[in-house]
Design a binder for this molecule. Structure first.
Ligand SMILES: Nc1ncnc2c1ncn2[C@@H]1O[C@H](COP(=O)(O)OP(=O)(O)OP(=O)(O)O)[C@@H](O)[C@H]1O
Length: 607
């Protein structure tokens, strides 16, 4: 019942006036079929009794009027209902995405069960309120029509309503059970549908197109996609088969009941016990009751199924934030002393191995810390925890002595600038790609340009067809252009290094932060650009707190503190000189890279 109320309330919120119009029109037209049947009966009885044409004509006009109104109003109702559905769809989608914004961490977006539920919520959350309004009205219509016809049948013979009602009951039971099974099937099929969607996106993605062609894996991926569709088709077909058999049996039963009552009516009229008009009323009433019952049962079954699916929407909307947010968070002040990782243990879920194992680390304020370690050592995980995308399972991360869990995540993040290893490439203009770093400056071309200059992006952006207003996308056309002639409207794509510079510019746009995190900020840059970017970064980072991750040790060697991670713990730390003289992991890695550079100078060999 709660679910029905929530769905109807959503519809009311979306359009109170429109909802009222639909309800009124439905209530006004619900008795129309019964009125039509009675007018027909009365006209037939008048004609057979030889009543004056003037009297019959009056009833004829009333009948014609009823028929016209009955034919017209459903179109108006349908139009208004569609508008309600559109508005409700928008509202439900808003609610869902507002909820998603409440998830301060990342765990929900990496949980397949939750993603399935989100997909179901997106599919059915928006449609359920509209369906419920239509269903509620359809129930009212069916009940009014059904009761009207049952009453009419009682006039002809008192046992007729009982016979018709008993014949309808099995239909209700069967339809409800089928609706439950349908809802269960939708839930079971959602992961299969998501997988199919994944392959579909892959096969139409420009990014994947190169590898798909080079490795000739298009057919293989297509077959995997088709296999998902075949599987869902098979399950849907099995369900359809089961349903069609049961529905045929029920249909047969209803037809037998109608046939039987009609035969009785014909015999009764022949025996003079009922009039010709009564036969017409009986035919209309039996059809009307059965039609109303079928519609009622279908509507109830559809609601039942829709409400089971709507449950996913309600669960998502009611989902608690994935990380606890302090009720009265401590105010965050600019970093004054430093950030401390104190015996931090972290794993992505209880089923995953530990990624950080009792990590102890201090990032002193105003200093640059270089994080080094093999692939999978836990460097990116560490910075995700620092931005509070996850919480440690044990231990704590302290910002000037305050546990990150006691701060408002939004306040914390406002103090951090970051370029992640897997930075985003937005299909938006160059200016927007930078401006997203701080929405307050989205339209401040001067600041955006300054950030681009800092990140070495200004020059190539200036050469783009529409400079900062160029759409960086091959998926969409520039502007709202939907015409066939796409000349001048096509966006452009950038090289990997150019995208990376834009990501860097995005981070530079934030000026209020006091911690800068750069995870492999120059991995895609050419040697000259890398040198230049690091020179600028060194200038910018003076006096700021920085965490720099890089596998290219020449770019981090001048950090104030180098920290070597291995299997989730700190195994070495110190300055470049200290670590080299210690002769440990860092010294090995550094000499390996240095040798590599020296060996590639054959012209200088033996000098
Ligand atoms: N979202 C995730 N869910 C589950 N496991 C993850 C996730 N992200 C990373 N891991 C695992 O955590 C470990 C550490 O990964 P992390 O990305 O922190 O390493 P890294 O030191 O940054 O490596 P690289 O140098 O390759 O970037 C790896 O074993 C990885 O498989």
């Amino acid at each position: 019942m709660r679910k029905i109320i929530v769905a109807l309330r959503l519809s009311w919120q979306a359009g109170p006036l429109l909802t009222a119009v639909v309800v009124t029109l439905t209530l006004a037209t619900a008795p129309a079929p019964v009125v039509t049947a009675w007018l027909t009966k009365l006209i037939l009885d008048d004609i057979t009794a030889g009543v004056s044409p003037a009297t019959v004509a009056g009833k004829g006009v009333a009948l014609a009027g009823t028929i016209v109104v009955t034919g017209l109003i459903p179109h108006v109702t349908q139009y208004v209902s569609r508008e309600i559905e559109r508005r409700v769809g928008l509202l439900a989608q808003e609610h869902l995405f507002v909820t998603a914004e409440r998830f301060v961490g990342m765990a929900r977006f990496e949980d397949p069960a939750f993603l399935n539920r989100m997909q179901m919520a997106l599919q059915h959350g928006a449609t359920t309120p509209g369906v419920m309004v239509s269903a509620a009205l359809s129930v009212v219509r069916s009940v009014v029509t059904g009761l009207g016809f049952l009453g009419s049948l009682t006039v002809i013979s008192p046992w007729l309503p009982a016979v018709i009602l008993v014949s309808v009951l099995p239909m209700l039971v069967v339809e409800l059970s089928m609706a439950r099974r349908r809802a269960g099937l939708s839930w079971r099929l959602s992961p299969i549908e998501r997988r199919e969607m994944f392959f579909r996106d892959l096969l139409t993605s420009a990014q994947a197109a190169k590898e798909i062609r080079l490795f000739a894996i298009g057919t293989y991926l297509r077959e995997l996609m088709t296999a998902q569709r075949r599987r869902s088709n098979r399950e849907n077909r099995d369900m359809d088969r089961r349903e069609v058999g049961v529905q045929a049996l029920i249909g047969l039963g209803s037809a037998a009941v109608s046939g039987g009552t009609l035969l009785w009516a014909v015999l009764a009229a022949a025996g003079g016990r009922i009039s010709v008009g009564d036969i017409s009323l009986l035919v209309a009433s039996v059809g009307g009751v059965q039609g109303a019952s079928v519609s009622l049962v279908h509507t109830i079954a559809q609601c039942h199924r829709q409400l089971l699916l709507f449950d996913h929407y309600l669960q998502v909307v009611a989902a608690e934030p994935d990380l606890p947010v302090a009720r009265s968070p401590r105010a965050i002040a600019p970093l004054a002393r430093g950030i401390v990782f104190r015996d931090v243990w972290f794993r992505y879920s209880p089923d995953h191995p530990w990624t950080l194992r009792g990590l102890d680390l201090t990032i002193p304020c105003g200093r640059t810390v270089g994080l080094i370690g093999r692939n999978g050592a836990g460097k990116s995980t560490l910075i995700k925890l620092l931005c509070r995308m996850y919480d440690p399972e044990r231990g704590a991360i302290l910002w000037d002595g305050v546990d990150l869990r006691d701060l408002d995540p939004a306040d914390l993040r406002a103090r951090i600038g970051a370029v992640f290893q897997d930075y985003m490439e937005y299909d938006l203009t160059a200016a927007e790609n930078i401006g997203l770093g701080d929405l307050a400056y989205l339209h401040d071309r001067e600041r955006i340009t300054a950030a681009a200059v800092d990140a070495g992006a200004h020059e190539f952006v200036g050469r783009l067809p529409r400079s900062y207003d160029t759409l960086l996308s091959r998926l969409f056309l520039q502007g709202e252009d939907t015409s066939e002639d796409t000349s001048g409207a096509l966006g452009v794509t950038l090289s990997g290094g150019q995208w990376q510079r834009l990501a860097l510019a995005r981070a530079h746009l934030r000026t209020g932060h006091d911690l800068m995190i750069l995870d492999e900020p120059s991995s895609g840059l050419d040697a000259e650009a890398e040198y230049e970017i690091h020179r600028r970064l060194r200038q910018r980072r003076a006096g700021r707190t920085n965490v720099l991750i890089s596998h290219r040790l020449n770019t981090v060697r001048d950090a104030d503190l180098l920290v070597v991670l291995d299997e989730g713990t700190v195994v070495e730390q110190g300055t470049h000189e200290e670590l080299v003289s210690r002769g440990g992991v860092y010294a090995d890695l550094f000499s390996m890279q240095a040798e590599g550079y020296l060996e590639v100078l054959p012209g200088q060999a033996g000098r």
